[in-house]
Design a binder for this molecule. Sequence first.
Ligand SMILES: Nc1nc2c(ncn2[C@@H]2O[C@H](COP(=O)(O)OP(=O)(O)OP(=O)(O)O)[C@@H](O)[C@H]2O)c(=O)[nH]1
Length: 348
Amino acid sequence: MSDSPSRLLPVNVISGFLGSGKTTLLKAVLESESYGDTAVLINEYGEVGFDNLLLGKISEDVVLLKSGCVCCTIRGELSEALLDLLYQREEGLIPPFKRVIIETTGLASPGPIASTITADSTLRYHIRPGATVTVVDAINAQQSQQDHFVWAEQVAAADKLVMSKAEMATHTQIEEVTYQVQAINPTAVLLGSDAQAQPSSELFEDGPHIKCWKPEQVQGWLGPKHRKYTMTENEHLHGVQSFRLRFQGAVDWTCFGIWLSMLLNRHGRNILRVKGVLHVHGDPRPVVLHGVQHTIHPPEHIDDWPKDQNDSNLIFITRGLDGAAITSSLNEFMSAISEHPLPRILHE
Ligand SMILES: Nc1nc2c(ncn2[C@@H]2O[C@H](COP(=O)(O)OP(=O)(O)OP(=O)(O)O)[C@@H](O)[C@H]2O)c(=O)[nH]1
């Protein structure tokens, strides 16, 4: 294959802080006719990949990267996964594809993905960095910028920015978030929720950063207020941990919902993300639950349990709160108020 830029396959990135709406965007992209020939890599932080369950019926060939962060701890695995996709395509083992989309973890800085591609002596003759689309959560942008430096890196590295959850935000919040992201990245096009619900064929068109991205440049884009850009391995993961709650037995939904609302109300700043599937009393279908900082999104049903199992699994990504404390709080609360037999709750 020639290495002229137009012949190289673009590797596009969907970035955005935890719970901002990356998978929601990816799902819409994969449903759109413009993106039928796309290979997908998903990188999740935490032990259990979950996004592929939600995407399962749309794209059964999704490749899950190992738990860890694609911008630092598993860069080698990213190269291998890309090489493997190219090999399978060449051998006709998977349908031909014209682009790759990587959904990063909400804690990853997207920039190093481009360096991973261009530094690899094989990859760089077949693929090239494509556009980065960063999803910005209108409700949580301010808190996330204040608490997590990587939020600004994600915004700075974007060719396009998509503002999610605008319909949940006030007019003032939207204006503030617009100002906030344009101050960091004035050249990126800022798109609204429409772009997330119905992504256009231009969404991943090459943008201003593609030909010139270098990690040090992020410092320039972020301006003097921000600390010097010195990404060390795992630095941005400092203090962040993930664990999984597993329930043996059905859950009392009302009781669980009250507990979770109280928990996020009190500790939402340090509960960066909760997501998972619950088996609730009296409902044969799995209930999908999403919590993002102080917000609990409306639960959704999916049709089937994966692989004939119906265990509830919830992944927590927290800062300074451990699994034992949260499990014990849930056990105590459920024992005190639930009228149903209690499930056995384990954290792993
Ligand atoms: N109301 C509303 N909800 C949204 C929007 N975008 C995403 N959500 C909800 O936000 C929650 C998290 O969305 P995801 O797409 O899973 O977010 P994510 O960025 O992939 O999450 P992580 O991979 O865990 O970082 C889900 O309940 C979505 O339905 C939006 O524009 N409006």
